[in-house]
Design a protein around this ligand. Sequence first.
Ligand SMILES: Cc1cc2nc3c(=O)[nH]c(=O)nc-3n(C[C@H](O)[C@H](O)[C@H](O)COP(=O)(O)OP(=O)(O)OC[C@H]3O[C@@H](n4cnc5c(N)ncnc54)[C@H](O)[C@@H]3O)c2cc1C
Length: 353
Amino acid sequence: MFASRVFRPAQQLSSHVRRYATESPKSGSNNTILYGLLGVGALGGGYYYLNSGNSTTAQHGVKNESGAHGMPASKNEEKNIPAKIGAVTGIAPVKAFTGGDQGFISLLLESVENVSHNTKKFRFKLNDEDSTSGLPVASALLTKFKGPDMEKPVVRPYTPVSDEDEKGYLDFVVKVYPNGPMSEHLHAMKVGERLDFKGPIPKYPWTANKHDHIALIAGGTGITPMYQVARAIFKNPEDKTKVTLVFGNVSEEDILLKKEWEELERKFPQRFRAFYVLDNPPEGWTQGKGFITKDLLKTTLPGPKDGNIKLFVCGPPGLYKAIAGPKKSPGEQGELSGILSELGYTQEQVYKF
Ligand SMILES: Cc1cc2nc3c(=O)[nH]c(=O)nc-3n(C[C@H](O)[C@H](O)[C@H](O)COP(=O)(O)OP(=O)(O)OC[C@H]3O[C@@H](n4cnc5c(N)ncnc54)[C@H](O)[C@@H]3O)c2cc1C
């Protein structure tokens, strides 16, 4: 059964990670001022299913914000874009996305790769091949598309999976949803076609050693912002943060970025652990089965009293509801409830992407 299969390794991990949290806090980073400046806008966004065309009720009965407030959801996200990030940093590199009044930028689709039966990886070329995306960690971009039969354009946020320091391109991993206007459009796009992007939309501003131990609790494509944070941590030799990933999916082939997570486990066995939970596990699957449970989280996450910790949650509405309570709106976290509240974590210890 799930609990007995997962419990032993989870228990070993638990004692291991709880030890991490007793280590003394590390000093802050030089980026503190930069992200402090970005901080006001940084709580924006959320894992909502934005729809500026048809009204959409998200899975598990959670109505999307655009429907609730009677205005295009794109506006909700756009409100969170800060004024000219380049201007406040004083840093010189050419950044493709500067926010503020920059507007949408059309990018060319350079390549498409099949990741699984319903997911593709898209590489978009930046218009200046020497520029970086300009995205701070963690942040996302808005995409916009208007089909010939659409009254209004559809706008959806996506988190690039490519490194922020890469020049000349952006990679996105996108899952297609039946009748999902943006994901279907992306999956139908041909190399050489263009799509409009705007941003960045700042999320939780990360600085090296901001927390001693973080946990990433994700479902499906909710993994992309988590990957952005983990990548930033592990590519920075100064950053000693420990990271625990709990990742729920339907089947094994849905585990996005599996190779990348395995590589992190191999390179940083003392600082990174991943737990996978599957609705439909294959024969011989030794990790979690079904939903992400309270027992699993209790044994894998750093405890609420384990010092400077932070838990990040991202996924479909049902996952938020069960784990941490729904987000109130793209810009408002909403009250902490669900499993994390029952386990004694505080509102400040949890961030919903
Ligand atoms: C900050 C942020 C970053 C995101 N990054 C990514 C990313 O990197 N890759 C990616 O694929 N998506 C990502 N998303 C989700 C993305 O913005 C769209 O919501 C998604 O692609 C569906 O859009 P759509 O227009 O095709 O379908 P919609 O009309 O929005 O949805 C179609 C149907 O599918 C359901 N649905 C949509 N998404 C999900 C989901 N994740 N789980 C369960 N049901 C769902 C909806 O409730 C609806 O019933 C992100 C969302 C946010 C808020």
